[in-house]
Design a protein around this ligand. Structure first.
Ligand SMILES: [Zn+2]
Length: 512
């Protein structure tokens, strides 16, 4: 039997500005899912990348008196450097200026053309260069693009068009037959409304632009940047290129993780392109919500963009990952502030999880010399039953990328375990030699919770949970082994704290 596989992607980013917290939020969410699937034993392929063929990118490069490609290389370092600081575990990183990508775009374009879905026509209308999108008069606010507050360019050029209108019915059928194709449900409904209001053919080339991939059928044009960018999901699998077998192995993708603002491209245009080329559609597109900061949208003009690398330096990469995923449900919008993050860090990580592990391990060391012999659990162990329930809640929500709920479900047993220590008062049991077996049983249950924590929280906090595993003297536990059937302890010593309390006033944290 072949191994079960899982292919997950994120949106690729324009490199005309540094990655911000919103971008990081998407990558962290996808990374948690990729790590979770690896934990479940899937052969996982996680792809991220940079979108380089944008007029915005070319303009930024020229502003610096640089060649676009040189600028892209520098920005690539910037992006991958940030992802490294956030413990993002992608397996491949695609740049749209790579040869393998150009090959895939040419191949996909040619197949769609051969199948009769591309024709030459004239585009007359407006184009917002910041959106890299054709925009209609009715979408303008005071004559300006509502997202960029800038006037669109008026364009009149010969273009090649993609017959998107032909896919109205097939798309509706596909979405109806595959309820999980667009997630969450609210986004699916929005997309259905867009399709039902009628699809128009779209221009997929630009004339007189040099920065891009030349059209295979007419080198005087380049491929429109969105057509180019969307293809990254298969170019990273060598579609139309090397016979690496990656495409056959991993396509169709299990999840495209994207922001809710680009569902039209991913849930309407991309599946239509694939249908036109006779390529299977991705199984699911997951559109996450946005993070706002203290009630305000983060934007350059407001000057309230949080730098994820700087935040990772303050909280630690792992705690930052946990805090974002816990605080903002992945399928919804959510508001954060430095106050909220510091409070949650101190409550969940320093007090609840951190204390649970340091108290438990310190007491095992003090009262039992760090050793407990192995014994199986039976149904009378009530904390153990709560652990099983928490694990069920965790698994169910993780499968749906509901990270906040998954963590919430698991946290019930961490809180329960802290109360359990108070109820059982090991410090009292330890004074009575006849209660030694009872004392060991209490610690076995607490250890079961900690061992489970080190596994199920590892997609969120890979390094800290590795540290916890080390303190517990465990390795090689997989999700399938949970809850553990029995527990023992060997040479446990007083550990150093996993999550030292943050003492600073949140107001002072980001002051330089
Ligand atoms: Zn715009």
């Amino acid at each position: 039997m072949s191994k079960k596989r899982f292919y997950i992607t994120t949106a690729i980013d324009y490199v005309n500005q540094k990655p911000h917290l919103g971008t990081a939020y998407e990558k962290i969410g996808a990374d948690c899912m990729a790590r979770y699937k690896r934990l479940c034993g899937f052969e996982t392929h996680f792809v991220m990348g940079n979108d380089e063929h944008s007029t915005n990118v070319e303009r930024e490069a020229r502003k610096r008196d640089m060649e676009p490609l040189d600028y892209c290389r520098i920005m690539s370092e910037e992006f991958t450097g940030t992802w490294k600081k956030l413990n993002i575990s992608y397996d491949d990183f695609i740049h749209t200026t790579e040869k393998r990508h150009e090959k895939a775009v040419s191949c996909l374009f040619t197949r769609i053309h051969e199948n009769g879905y591309i024709y030459k026509g004239k585009y007359e209308g407006l184009y917002c260069e910041s959106c890299e999108e054709f925009i209609s008069e009715k979408d303008l606010v005071d004559g300006l693009c509502p997202s960029h507050k800038q006037a669109p360019k008026s364009i009149s050029e010969e273009n090649y068009f993609f017959a998107l209108s032909k896919f109205e019915k097939p798309l509706l059928d596909h979405i109806e037959k595959n309820p999980g194709f667009i997630r969450p449900k609210t986004r699916a409904n929005e997309v259905l409304n867009v399709i039902k209001s009628g699809l128009h053919d779209v221009s997929i080339s630009r004339a007189g632009v040099a920065w891009g991939i030349p059209l295979p059928i007419d080198p005087g044009h380049v491929v429109y940047v969105w057509f180019d960018a969307l293809t990254n999901y298969i170019s990273a699998l060598d579609y139309g290129g090397e016979e690496s077998g990656a495409f056959e192995k991993y396509w169709p993708a299990d999840f495209h993780v994207i922001g809710k603002d680009i569902t039209r491209f991913h849930c309407v245009i991309w599946p239509s392109m694939l249908m036109a080329a006779g390529v299977e559609l991705p199984k699911s597109v997951f559109a996450h919500g946005f993070i706002s900061l203290a009630g305000e949208k983060m934007s350059k003009s407001r000057g309230n963009i949080l730098d994820p690398a700087k935040m990772a330096a303050v909280f630690g990469a792992d705690p930052l990952r946990y805090l974002l995923m816990r605080e903002v449900p992945f399928d919804k919008d959510g508001d954060i502030s430095v106050d909220i993050l510091v409070n949650r860090y101190n409550a969940d990580l320093a007090n609840e999880l951190g204390n649970l592990s340091s108290r438990t391990l310190a007491m095992i060391s003090k009262y039992l010399g760090g050793n407990i012999d192995e014994a199986p659990f039976d149904s009378r162990n009530d904390l153990y039953e709560d652990l099983a329930t928490a694990l069920d809640g965790y698994r169910e929500n993780m499968e749906n990328l509901e990270f906040s709920r998954a963590l919430g479900a698991f946290w019930t047993v961490i809180q329960r375990a802290n109360r359990y220590i108070e109820e059982k008062s090991p410090w009292v049991l330890a004074k009575d030699e006849s209660k030694k077996e009872e004392l060991k049983a209490v610690f076995r249950e607490l250890l079961a919770v900690l061992r489970s924590s080190a596994v199920v929280l590892s997609p969120f906090m890979p390094e800290r949970m590795k540290e916890l595993s080390g303190q517990l003297g465990q390795d090689g536990l997989s999700l399938d082994d949970l809850p553990p059937k029995s527990c023992a302890a060997v040479k446990i010593s007083q550990p150093s704290p996993l999550f030292p309390r943050i003492q600073e006033d949140p107001e002072d944290i980001f002051k330089d």
